[in-house]
Design a protein around this ligand. Structure first.
Ligand code: PRX
Length: 659
């Protein structure tokens, strides 16, 4: 989003602020004293946040940073995440409160109370135990956005088996590599999922992944969702609905140490191989719970909360499962797309369930803007009282639209900056306290210390840009990359020793508020999802026609960024390309290839066939120049190129003239 803050509109937007509505000032969960409390004694602040969880054995130590950069928080305490998310609400007399409203695309829904969720996850925990899953074993979850996905995560948490959720849109190969990296013992999946009115298969991808490798997997638990026929491996595959019948609703949670891993979640880095981000139980849950309550102003007995993220991403972990449920929220989850069966579907759901707190992404807002404000206008959105945004910087125009059209000019907007690695929200306005500025995430939350540094590692002055870092450990921080401690240190802690380097550029405005400027590495942000250019390049060079590939993230009006690939075909592939229908058809086939290899979200928007790529004398591809081409700009400085005529050739080639 770096280009956006430089535009005239943004400069004007920066001057615009929105004071918190009076009712928020009076009644908000977050009080201004939170900042003072955290400022006075940061560790004491976190200690009291952690004490809001239910501990089996109370902790005595807050932070052990002696093995930095691996933190240990509340390490001598024991607890269970599922107990905190569910059982304790039942025990305190709220078992009858609705926990989950599972809404489906066809307009039907199922509702589960906290007592029912407790029964479901206890049953599933018993089934997993029968399948041989033990505390510490990893379990891969590959499910659509249905209540069973939440049950599966909490059932794993209940027995202390770290889950590794793999987004249902990822390919069999992406699933296999994640299962192999984590050496998962079991997989929980479904026969299929519904999307745009069609039943799409899911289990076949698990079958393919297990046929190709992943020998650690012993059992596959299968949720029946679509009822379509699926292949069955006797002795390995188990139907959830059958096992469930036999399973007891009694299950004693396994009390684990605070630093016991709760989950692994894979995310893209700068290399081709995704990294397994490890989160542990006590610290992560503390931050999930505190941030959810404070940022979303949750009033458990009144609010209906809806976060549109899929559990395949970190937002679905922290702000669908662990945050809202430890706070006893009533929430909607939705299996389906925003435009099926019609483009008003999301707003229809808000109206139907009287959603009051709504958390979504800039890309979704921009898509809704494109469809037109007459669509949300057909629904009564009067129940909404707070709106959130995550995944990338929200451009002021989209912020204003969200504020006016969806929020009826009365709802505060929380633009929340965080990452898979941070576990929970780090920088965000607090409703009732912060006067918001369209396009800026603004201020670190109480307890969080962030800074913007220049190249030399010195804090920039207000009005200047630099690199975003986090200067003090926080409870929800990642504890490492699964199986790769060296990569953990290199990626986050080597650029500015002693400080966590987030990989994002940022600017501090004249008031010291933070504006995120986008990634400074080779990671793209497409529709709020992280993808590395290298990951897509590896998929492309895996195709028999491709000699070399370079991928860049080009600005895109709706998705924020889009992948554009520059591909050099191998010599001798001319006949194959002709047989495929020519260059255009070949480019199309390569786009599809990436989709098959990684998943639909990774499919490049454009594949451009070129004869050369711009490289420095040391052989490094100059993506900056390719980005200029992809964004239709004048090509920048080409002096460091080994062959300065390459860019001319690329452009001539693309415009159809021969060199
Ligand atoms: O570049 C930042 C962007 O998303 C990255 C983190 O991606 P991921 O780990 O997939 O988590 C996304 C959901 C938390 C960040 O490095 N990002 C996320 N939220 C914002 C953002 N950029 C600007 N403003 C945000 N609110």
């Amino acid at each position: 989003m770096s280009d956006q803050t430089a535009t005239g509109t943004d400069q004007q937007a920066e001057g615009r602020t929105f004071s918190p509505p009076t009712d928020f000032v009076q009644n908000a969960v977050a009080r201004p004293s939170l900042y003072e409390e955290a400022e006075r004694d940061r560790l004491a602040f976190w200690r009291s946040r952690a004490m809001l969880l239910s501990w089996k054995t109370p902790f005595t130590e807050t932070l052990d940073w002696s093995q930095a950069p691996v933190a240990r928080w509340f390490a001598d305490g024991t607890l269970n995440a599922a107990y905190n998310a569910v059982d304790r609400h039942v025990e305190s007399g709220h078992g009858g409160q609705t926990a989950l409203i599972g809404e489906y695309e066809d307009g039907t829904s199922t509702t589960y109370t906290y007592t029912q969720v407790k029964d479901e996850i206890s049953r599933m925990a018993n089934v997993l135990a029968d399948m041989g899953v033990r505390t510490g074993d990893r379990v891969a979850i590959y499910l659509p956005m249905i209540p069973e996905a939440v049950f599966a995560m909490l059932a794993c948490a209940r027995i202390g088996a770290p889950h590794s959720v793999v987004f249902g849109g990822f390919s069999a190969d992406a699933l296999r590599s994640r299962i192999e990296d984590a050496e998962a013992r079991a997989v929980i999946t479904a026969d299929g999922q519904f999307r745009r009115g069609k039943a799409l298969p899911l289990k076949p991808a698990v079958d393919a992944a297990l046929a190709a490798g992943a020998p650690s997997v012993e059992k596959v638990l299968v949720v029946r969702r679509t009822g379509e026929d699926v292949d069955w491996t006797e002795g390995r595959d188990i139907w959830w609905h059958e096992a469930r019948e036999q399973a007891s609703t009694e299950h004693e949670p396994v009390w684990v140490e605070a630093e016991h891993p709760l989950f692994i979640l894979y995310t893209s880095g700068t290399t081709g191989k995704p990294k397994g981000i490890v989160h542990t139980t006590g610290g992560y849950l503390t931050q999930a719970s505190y941030t959810h309550r404070a940022v979303f102003d949750l009033k458990p007995s009144h609010d209906v909360y809806w976060c549109t993220a899929d559990v395949g991403w970190v937002t679905g972990h922290t702000y669908v499962v662990y945050g809202p449920m430890t706070n006893r929220a009533t929430q909607v989850i939705y299996e389906g797309t925003p435009d099926s069966p019609h483009q008003g579907r999301w707003w229809e759901i808000v109206q139907k369930h009287q959603v009051s707190l709504f958390y979504s992404s800039p890309t979704a807002i921009r898509t809704a803007m494109k469809w037109g404000e007459q669509i949300p206008a057909e629904y009564d959105l009067g129940s909404l009282r707070l709106l959130g945004s995550v995944g990338e910087a929200i451009n002021p125009e989209a912020w204003m639209w969200y504020h006016r059209v969806i929020g009826g000019e009365r709802c505060p907007i929380v633009d929340t900056w965080w990452q898979t690695e941070t576990g929970g929200i780090m920088i965000s306005p607090l409703p009732g306290i912060t006067s918001t500025k369209p396009g800026s995430a603004q201020v670190p939350l109480p307890g969080i210390s962030a800074e913007v540094l220049d190249e030399a590692g010195e804090p920039v002055a207000d009005g200047e840009s630099g690199y975003l870092v986090l200067t003090e450990p926080w409870p929800g921080m990642l504890r490492g990359i699964w199986g790769d401690p060296e990569r953990f240190e290199d990626t986050y802690w080597s650029r500015f020793p002693g400080r966590y380097f987030a990989g994002d550029g940022a600017r501090k405005d004249e008031d010291g508020d933070i504006w995120l400027l986008g990634r400074v590495d080779d990671v793209m942000n497409i529709s709020g999802h992280r993808l590395s250019t290298m990951e897509i390049e590896s998929a492309l060079v895996g195709h028999e026609w491709v000699a070399e590939a370079a991928v860049v993230g080009a600005s895109d009006e709706t998705t924020g960024q889009a992948a554009v690939a520059f591909v050099i075909l191998r010599s001798g592939t001319e006949d194959a390309v002709a047989a495929a229908g020519g260059e255009e058809a070949a480019a199309q086939a390569l786009r599809e290839h990436v989709k098959t290899e990684i998943g639909p979200i990774a499919r490049p928007k454009k594949v451009l066939l070129v004869n050369e790529l711009p490289k420095t004398r040391s052989g490094k591809i100059m993506r900056r120049l390719l980005r200029d081409v992809a964004e239709d700009r004048e090509v920048g400085d080409t002096q460091t190129l080994a062959d300065s005529s390459v860019m001319d050739k690329i452009q001539r080639g693309l415009s159809g003239t021969s060199s």
